[in-house]
Design a protein around this ligand. Structure first.
Ligand SMILES: Nc1nc2c(ncn2[C@@H]2O[C@H](COP(=O)(O)OP(=O)(O)OP(=O)(O)O)[C@@H](O)[C@H]2O)c(=O)[nH]1
Length: 332
């Protein structure tokens, strides 16, 4: 995205410079800008093809050479050296550049700026340019280089927001199933427990556990076990309402938080989940396999802490296992 946006600015600027330099009496620089435009268009097209690394390298080389030729020709006063400032952060977007390459490019661009400053700063303006034209060029270059800097900074911000969100998601999500993890579910439990107490509404919790899951791992391997976990997570999720929350509590155990649901409603939902999974034929290693679930339920009593209801749902689950598995058991 950043290469694309900077690419548009670069192409536009060089295309405008072709007639401008010709009109100002610099046909050589006009020709140079034809080459530069071709280079920028090629870099932009490479980026479109997913070749981000060559695109950034081409654009950076172009800025380096363009500045090196134009500044000594026109004079420091025309302000073409300011583009070097935008080139440094731009190269940081190239994730193929390691630390050394970034340092090398930054030093090269900085050294070029310094060199130009030393040798062209006090030189007189090219006689073909009037003071007024040079001032106009300098201000236009400042505006364009500044715009390029703004675009680059904006994308840095976008990238950092995206990374922050990614990290937050990772901290709250179980990587295997994509469900909330135990840590995040603990927050939801506290929130919903308080809400139910304040609004005097019903709330149920349910533990869903895959029966004899160890056997699946032992007989078909851990990978098959993982696939079953993902499939079961999907089947449960499909049955839920928008307000319900599902998390992977640990191992082969899922926890469901069902706001505005009494024990009767929770039982209906739990039976639906259990039946859907029981009726499905899972394919493991070329053979068919039936998976069953045991589900423990508890309706939350708002005068108790929510952790208590989670414990009671776990006890109901344990009783369901004791009673022969593949069933829904309510805590009573
Ligand atoms: N494949 C896979 N297995 C896991 C994962 N997390 C935990 N397990 C396995 O889940 C199994 C849980 O076994 P148990 O607690 O004995 O439960 P079970 O075999 O389902 O027996 P019951 O619950 O009593 O029906 C263990 O073998 C764990 O290694 C995981 O992320 N992937």
């Amino acid at each position: 995205m950043v290469i694309n946006s900077v690419g548009y600015v670069g192409i536009l600027v060089h295309l405008v410079l072709i007639p401008l330099f010709y009109w100002l009496g610099f046909p050589g620089l006009s020709l140079l800008n034809i080459f530069s435009s071709i280079l920028w268009i090629s870099a932009w097209a490479s980026n479109q093809q997913g070749l981000h690394h060559p695109a950034i390298v081409l654009m950076t080389i172009e800025v380096f050479l363009h500045t090196l030729l134009v500044v000594p020709t026109l004079g420091w006063q025309a302000g073409f050296q300011y583009y070097l400032f935008a080139a440094v952060p731009f190269t940081l977007f190239n994730n193929k550049f390691d630390g050394k390459a970034i340092i090398f490019v930054s030093i090269a661009l900085g050294a070029e700026f310094l060199w130009l400053s030393l040798y062209t700063h006090d030189q007189p303006l090219n006689p073909a340019l009037s003071e007024q034209q040079a001032r106009l060029l300098e201000r236009s270059n400042i505006v364009i280089a500044f715009t390029a800097q703004c675009i680059i900074s904006y994308y840095f911000r976008l990238a950092s927001i995206f990374l922050e969100q990614e990290l937050e998601n990772q901290a709250h999500t179980d990587p295997l199933t994509g469900l909330y993890n135990r840590r995040r579910m603990t927050d939801f439990l506290t929130q919903q427990g308080k809400l139910a107490a304040r609004e005097r509404t019903t709330l149920s919790v349910a533990f869903v556990d895959i029966d004899h899951f160890k056997k699946i791992n032992d007989n078909y391997g851990h990978e098959s076990g993982d696939q079953i976990l993902q499939a079961v997570a999907y089947f449960i999720k499909r049955q839920l309402r928008k307000d319900d929350t599902l998390a992977r509590w640990g191992g082969e155990e899922f926890l469901l938080l069902l706001p505005h649901t009494d024990i009767g409603g929770a039982r209906v939902l739990a039976e639906k989940i259990r039946n859907t999974v029981a009726e499905h034929t899972f394919q493991i290693g070329g053979s068919e396999y039936a998976v069953t679930l045991t589900i423990g339920l508890c309706e939350h009593r708002t005068e108790h802490p929510i952790e208590e209801s989670v414990k009671l749902a776990d006890i109901a689950l344990y009783r369901g296992k004791q009673a022969g598995r593949n069933r829904v058991m309510c805590y009573s």
